[in-house]
Structures are given as C-alpha cells and as structure tokens.
Design a binder for this molecule. Structure first.
Ligand code: PGA
Length: 250
C-alpha cells in the first residue's frame, strides 16, 4: 500500500550503545505519526532496536541487506529468515554500495527479493543511475533495465509488496541532490513503467522513495512532488534533529 515513509539507512555507523541512544533521541523528537519511520541499523543492532520500537506503530526496523540463499555454509552471511527472527520487517536490497562493493548483480538481487518475500520481509529495492549515465542522458534506460532484470521478474502479488527507492548514485553521500524536477521525472517514469507491466492499480499503489543527499533543507520540496512518497536517508538519518525534520517535511 502506498504510504509516506522516511527510512534511515545508518550504513556502517554507530556502535550498539550509540545506536540505542540515537533511537531514544529519535523517539523523543518524533512528532509526525502519520509517517512510517523505518530504521535500518547494522545487523548487530537489529534485535535491540526492534525491541525498543516494538510498541510504536509508526516505526519499523529494516536490515540493510540479506543473503540470496536461506541457509548453508556461507561464513559471515545473514539470511532473510534470521533478519525476520529479530523483529525487523523490512530489508534494503540492491543498494548501490552493495552493487558496487559486493558485486551484486541482477541475478543475485532477484534471489534476494525472493528470499526476503518468502520470509515475510518487505523489500526496499534500490535503483539509480551513475553520473556517466546521467550525463549521457541514458539514465532512464538504466532505470528500465534495473526494473526489468530484477523487480519485474516478480509476480504481481509479490511486486505489490515491494517499496522502491530511486537513488541516483551520483547523489549518494555527495551533497549533490537531484533537483525535484529531476527526481520527479524519474519517479514518474518508474510509475509509468510499472503501469505498463502490472497495470494502473498496482502502479498507483507502489511507494517510491527518493534517496541521495536528501536532508532537512531539501526534503520538503522533494516530498511535495506527485510521485515521491518519502525518502531513503543516509547521512542525515544519523542525527535525530535532521532525521525528525525530514519526517516533518510532508
Ligand atoms: P545519503 O545516502 O543520504 O547519505 O546520500 C542515501 C543512501 O545511500 O541511502
């Protein structure tokens, strides 16, 4: 179901005690209960964060990744089932940092999507173009390919469960935000492609978040766009005041 969401991707930041302090600060600063706030801390913090947030209906917990298989001899890896057992309900899949540093391909990502869905986790699936693709004006082709090779492999019933995050790679952690015109253009394009593949009912209902240097200053303009339902926030999610200001930007 389409809804307003601000997800905070902590990436590899905060020790457990620092993370729990941040959660306390976010809870006490939080004032907009109509927005779902999804916190994505490191794996090691999932159980404790989920425990702190379990009575709050406007908060949820996400993992930042899951393995593409459900169990086995894969030292150091974490499966979707394990994530679900912590109390987390969401999982980020296909973040550009995973695609880049862990070499995740569309074939792996569709397996991750299937594992997440089988474990009743809601995937937050990330797509986005590089600066070279944006400059060459091939960004929409890239978006279409990422949709087609992974997400569009899902059945309509499974696809309806997914949240999409458009994150232009050139905007992540760089301080360079897509303009609302650029972001809305891609969000509209994504919804149109979904409409072609799955029909209007599904395309109108899917939640599409913007990510990439989204902050307390630019969130309002981005979130006012017709096809932008909220944000996936990296750096600015590590400060309670900034994160809260973003949740108040609708
Ligand atoms: P950023 O990260 O807000 O620090 O640019 C966004 C993301 O990677 O999800």
């Amino acid at each position: 179901m389409r809804r307003k969401i601000v997800a905070g991707n902590w990436k590899m930041n905060k020790t457990l005690s620092q993370g729990l302090d941040l959660i306390e600060e976010i809870i006490s600063a939080s004032s907009n209960s109509s927005v779902l706030k999804i916190i994505a801390p490191p794996f090691t913090h999932l159980t404790a964060v989920a425990e702190k947030l379990k009575s709050k209906t406007d908060f949820a917990v996400a993992a930042q990744d899951c393995h593409h298989l459900n169990s086995g001899a894969y030292t150091g890896e974490i499966s979707a089932d394990m994530i679900a057992s912590t109390g987390a309900q969401y999982v980020i899949i296909g973040h550009s940092e995973r695609r880049l540093y862990a070499g995740e391909t569309d074939e792996i990502l569709i397996q991750k999507l299937n594992c997440a869905l089988a474990s009743n986790l809601t995937p937050i699936f990330c797509i986005g173009e590089s600066i070279e693709e944006r400059n060459a004006n091939t960004h929409l082709e890239k978006i279409r390919a990422q949709l087609k090779e992974a997400l569009f492999q899902l059945s309509p019933t499974d696809f309806e469960k997914v949240i999409i995050a458009y994150e232009p790679v050139w905007a992540i952690g760089t301080g360079l935000t897509a303009t609302s015109y650029q972001a809305q253009g891609v969000h509209d394009y994504i919804r149109t492609e979904i409409n072609k593949k799955y029909g209007k009912g599904i395309s109108e209902n899917v939640t599409i978040l913007y990510g990439g240097s989204c902050n307390a200053q630019n969130a309002k303009e981005l979130f006012s766009c017709a096809d932008i339902d909220g944000g996936l926030i990296g750096g600015a999610s590590l400060k309670a005041d900034d994160y809260t200001a973003i949740t108040n930007s609708f």
